[in-house]
Design a protein around this ligand. Structure first.
Ligand code: G3P
Ligand code: CA
Length: 302
């Protein structure tokens, strides 16, 4: 039977309404499910993280301070060891000497990881270069030095490995700019992510290197922190696993915004399995060799 315009409107109206209501109910159900179980969304739809943070495996490996359990942290020997193991990322900490040279060290003082003493920022590069950064770990590593960022980048140049570079403390924008120019000169945009706990430093990175993937390191995961991460358009947030576990709604909001989640520093299979269950993108570990073997055995490789 031929339908006239007014009849068709009457016919179409309720159908459109029914489809609309059904669609609304399904969407609401999905939102409720995600809020109740944030892992549901991440487990079935892994994020496509941008830039250097592309994921090759469900649980990427970030090798902490080179490979801190296996070689003296933040030395070229530790980075080479991690690179030789085929890790996804090597992580390092970069600070500035008294004369403004970017060097690799975690602590504010040189005491724990060298044969020197006192604040790193109180040493010129020449003074720092005279210190031994390997003997404290093992006699096998005596003679290792505190590397410069330039030396680190040279090692990266010769490898396929990516790098998670943390700028420690508040950096003057001029020094951030110098580090960025070094990375640009080596064409590392697809192999380097830049991170900081310090918001002014991270904001300088975003302003001076907008093409680089960035990571907000944080000790808080409240609503304000999530708002900040979204507003700054970071690629991932990195925090302690326990903090992430305590804030499932924060994790759900980050994932909904396309922002990845990374936990530090996980050194046991219990923590690695929990990271998988949480739907985390990468974990930072001191022992990439054991994690890679566990990842392979557990089938978390594709
Ligand atoms: O950069 C990630 C993680 O290393 C942050 O903690 O203290 O080891 O630098 P920390
Ligand atoms: Ca670090």
């Amino acid at each position: 039977m031929e339908r006239h315009g007014s009849d068709m409107l009457q016919f179409a109206g309720p159908t459109v309404l029914r489809v609309g209501v059904l669609s609304w109910i399904l969407t609401s159900l999905l939102v409720v499910l995600i809020v109740l179980d944030p892992n549901a969304a991440s487990a079935t739809h892994p994020l496509q993280l941008h830039g250097a943070l592309q994921r090759d495996a469900p649980l990427g490996i970030v090798s902490h301070r080179g490979a801190a359990a296996l070689a003296p942290e933040n030395t070229l020997a530790a980075f080479q060891l991690a690179i030789d193991q085929g890790v996804d990322f090597v992580e390092t900490d970069v600070q500035l000497t008294a004369d403004g040279v970017a060097v690799l060290m975690h602590d504010p003082d040189v005491d724990r990881t060298t044969n020197g003493s006192g604040p790193l920022a109180g040493h010129t590069y020449e003074q720092l270069a005279a210190l031994d950064a390997g003997a404290w770990f093992s006699a096998d590593y005596a003679g290792e030095r505190v590397p410069t960022l330039t030396e680190f980048v040279t090692v990266l140049d010769a490898a396929p490995t990516r790098a998670f570079i943390e700028l420690k403390g508040e950096w003057p924008a001029e020094r951030v700019g110098e580090a960025v120019e070094l990375l640009r000169a080596h064409h590392l945009v697809h192999r380097v992510v830049l991170a900081s706990f310090e918001r002014p430093t991270l904001e300088a990175i975003r302003a001076l290197a907008p093409e680089y993937a960035t990571i907000l390191l944080t000790r808080e995961l409240d609503g304000e922190t999530v708002d900040y991460a979204i507003g700054l358009q970071v690629s991932a947030v990195c925090a302690r696993q326990q903090l992430i576990a305590e804030h499932p709604h924060a994790l759900a909001r980050l994932r909904a915004a396309g922002i990845g989640a990374i936990a530090y520093t996980l050194n046991s299979s219990k923590e690695w399995q929990e990271a998988v269950d949480q739907g985390l993108d990468f974990v930072v570990t001191d022992d990439p060799v054991t994690l890679a073997a566990w990842r392979l055995a557990a089938g978390h490789t594709t």
